[in-house]
Write a protein that binds this ligand. Sequence first.
Ligand code: HEC
Length: 215
Amino acid sequence: MRLTVYKSRGLVLALAALALLLTAACYNNNTGETNIQSVARFTLPAFPETGSHAVLTFTEMHYSPSYRVQESPRLLPPLDSVPVTGKRIIYTSSEYPSFTVPAEVRASYDAAEAADLFRVNCMVCHGQSMTGDGTMRDFLTRGAAPADLMRGPASTATEGSVFAWISFGGQPGFAMAMIDRESPTVMPQFYQLMTDEEIWTLVMYLKQQSASFSQ
Ligand code: HEC
């Protein structure tokens, strides 16, 4: 009898302590970050501090960091070898705006393919309407909201500028890349994820959509 009294008193104390902790805790519904009165802080990797993405929007495997044990041994190229493919040329901030969609991309443009590229890579932030109302907008608690690609600067800027903005993470990302700094935006730097042809295809797609956008 005495034992149960102690037991239940212990339980009440534990519950009270838990209730106190929970009421004192701050929980961020969007990021899952929890802060308990500066005693403990839990962060979820929604905003990883390292890697090529400021925000984990995508769940595909190639975006997740791999562990050494998952990697096969690397075959290193012979010393002094020069890459002949895969090396991206980075132009200057005054060169990009003067570029136009290459003739071969224009010739092989496929609107359905372009729409698919947008759906997979951009829609989550820029939205189906392309005005910046994607699902991710409500979850982005840091930095600028996804840009309106139909009525904003992307609709009036040169093709080359839009190419640069997609490549480096919007206008701020482009400006920073040109002085060798990290992008401050949450938008991925697509030059690391897509070919030039794919980015030019998206430039054409954005231009065509904004030209026929009404509202
Ligand atoms: C994780 C969210 C996210 C994804 C995915 C994303 N963007 Fe963005 N994008 C943004 C944000 C946020 C900005 C505004 C950045 C700023 O100005 O600070 C932006 C800006 C831009 C701009 C510059 C427009 C302007 O008005 O300054 C272009 C163009 C653009 N995005 C195109 C794309 C395209 C094309 C894709 C897909 C290949 C894409 N974005 C994917 C978040 C995203």
